[in-house]
Design a protein around this ligand. Structure first.
Ligand SMILES: [Zn+2]
Length: 141
């Protein structure tokens, strides 16, 4: 009988605690700068655009488009082997920041650059859910 390995999960720390807490509630939030207005990803203590430490959390739409993608056929970690082939993509969020995620609910070879995608949250434990993306509603596969 095959052993089921648990998938890795992040450990929330200082600047990311609220982000992971929201993700576990099924909400994507972005840290944004109150000085220059720009949202950022990943969450930081200072704005990468202007250096300000005056930041706030904003609700993100969860919408984005695929900026780049690759298909993993041989998972580097045993925990992911049952999942292969799977897609790792850079997703440009509607709000601007770019984040890395899997594109799911779509045959890997059909994921393409510019494809509209929507966030969903994959539970990894009782307290951690990972933002992932799937083709947006109405998107033809
Ligand atoms: Zn700023």
């Amino acid at each position: 009988m095959a052993e089921t390995l648990s998938l890795p999960a992040p450990t929330p720390t200082g600047d990311s605690k609220e982000y992971w807490s929201a993700a576990n509630d099924g909400r994507l939030i972005l840290r944004a700068c109150r000085t220059c207005g720009k949202p950022m990803f990943y969450p930081r203590g200072h704005c990468p655009a202007c250096g300000s430490g005056d930041l706030e959390w904003r609700e993100a739409s969860g919408e984005g488009v695929v900026h780049a993608c690759t298909i993993v056929h041989r998972a580097p970690d045993q925990a992911f082997r049952a999942r292969a082939p799977y897609v790792i993509a850079l997703v440009d969020l509607k709000e601007g920041p770019r984040m890395m995620a899997n594109i799911t609910d779509c045959p890997p070879e059909e994921v393409r650059i510019g494809m509209p995608v929507t966030v969903w949250f994959e539970a990894r434990s009782e307290t951690i859910a990972i933002p992932q993306f799937r083709p947006a509603q109405g998107e033809k596969k």
